[in-house]
Design a protein around this ligand. Structure first.
Ligand SMILES: Cc1ncc(COP(=O)(O)O)c(C=O)c1O
Length: 387
């Protein structure tokens, strides 16, 4: 049996190779420090687990959820956006509940694009954006994210042709993989760009909670007119260490939300109600656990920066997310450098070219091990005398 053209055009899972290589090294008994992946290392806070435990023994949660989710979960989402960002959300028309945001980034092109239409994707960017492109049979142009622009796209360099054909664009700040953050004036500029060229916007706010140096990341919806053009995707995976629970949501433009909900009406019957109850506990309880988590990532970031400085590796400290985007030394590509670190230092990092053409020359390091292991990783790398 042959797979459909749609399946055959799915991009190669670049990081599957990394997982295999790390697995093989570990199977040989090597003590690999894995900084290559993006899986939060801390457990879900106890009060959220307790809410789930209480919900799961209630037979009401064993039934189908309403198709578009529990109204009280949507209310908790609206209260969260009002409290955290001062943004008003209509629970009837401006929220779509998602099985994690990975599904949202794949559903959106399916919901509003026709085969052959074109969209704009950041480069480097989260590789799952390409999956949505392939499944919806659409094309894309890239918005290069360059160090000299603080890894923000420069809209003045987008050609007239590209602007004319784009129907949808994706952005993501705090950014995976670069660790860059955006400010409100950039989002204002984005709203203007989107209005001028009739482009819908999806801002992926997966790392929305994780900003350093006392700078709280800005929501796209805080920009005036943002709801006229776009939606924001928010996940509980990173903010509350709930990556395995699969819970997130989209908020913003009512038409885009309706399009997402319509796709979902045909694919799912919303999330397990007990997971939605846990989501309510996460969003509505004290946010001290989030403050502590961000402080932990910031401390790890500082430890990494100090260790890199010590060995003469000139790196820029990320301003948000839990990733650091480190330049590779002269004479190496992203891939040859990542292979060298794994083979000779037992340190796994993600090669930057796996995130797109403009990722070449970098590796991504996850701040997802404790400070001792981060120190140990840099000490091992220092022994290769590369800097
Ligand atoms: C930029 C970005 N967006 C979206 C996601 C998806 O997160 P989830 O599906 O767990 O909500 C991730 C996960 O790593 C991510 O890095």
């Amino acid at each position: 049996m042959e797979f459909s053209t749609r399946l055959q055009q799915l991009p190669k899972q670049f990081f599957a190779t990394l997982v295999q290589k790390v697995g093989a090294a570990v199977a040989e008994g090597r003590d690999v420090i894995n900084l290559g992946q993006g899986n939060p290392d801390q457990p879900t806070p106890p009060h959220i687990i307790k809410a789930m435990q209480e919900a799961v023994i209630n037979p009401q949660t064993h039934k189908y959820s309403p198709f578009r989710g529990l109204p009280k979960f949507k209310e908790a989402i609206a209260e969260f956006y009002a409290r955290e960002y001062g943004v008003e959300i209509d629970t009837d028309t401006e929220v779509a509940i998602l099985f994690g945001t990975k599904i949202g980034v794949v559903e959106l092109p399916l919901a509003i694009m026709n085969p052959g239409d074109s969209m704009l994707l950041p480069d480097p960017g989260y590789p799952d954006y390409w999956s949505g492109v392939a499944l919806a049979d659409v094309k894309f142009d890239t918005l290069p994210l360059l160090a000299e622009n603080n890894f923000l796209p420069d809209y003045t360099t987008v050609s007239d042709e590209v602007k004319a054909r784009a129907k949808l664009m994706y952005l993501n700040y705090p950014n995976n993989p670069t660790g860059a953050v955006a400010n409100l004036s950039f989002f204002d500029e984005t709203v203007q760009f989107a209005k001028d060229h009739d482009i819908a916007v999806m801002h992926d706010f997966a790392y929305g909670a994780i900003g350093f140096d006392s700078e709280k990341p800005v929501s796209f919806l805080q920009a005036e007119g943002a709801k006229d053009v776009g939606v924001e995707l928010y996940t509980l995976s990173k903010t509350y260490n709930m990556a395995g629970w699969r819970v997130g949501f989209a908020v913003g433009n009512a038409k885009l939300i309706e399009a997402l909900n319509l796709v979902q009406d045909h694919l799912f019957v919303s999330l397990f109600p007990a997971v939605q109850e846990a989501g309510i506990a996460a969003l509505s309880s004290s946010q001290d656990c989030v403050t502590e988590l961000v402080a932990m990532y910031e401390s790890r970031r500082n430890a990494l920066k100090v260790a890199c400085d010590r060995i003469g590796w000139a790196v820029t400290a990320p301003k948000g997310s839990f990733f650091a985007w480190l330049p590779v030394p002269k004479g190496y590509t992203s891939e040859t450098f990542a292979d060298l670190l794994l083979e000779q230092a037992d340190v796994a990092v993600a090669a930057g070219n796996g995130f797109g053409e403009y990722g070449e020359g970098y590796v991504r390091v996850g701040l997802l091990v404790d400070e001792d292991r981060l120190h140990e990783a840099i000490t091992r790398i220092s022994k290769l005398n590369l800097f």
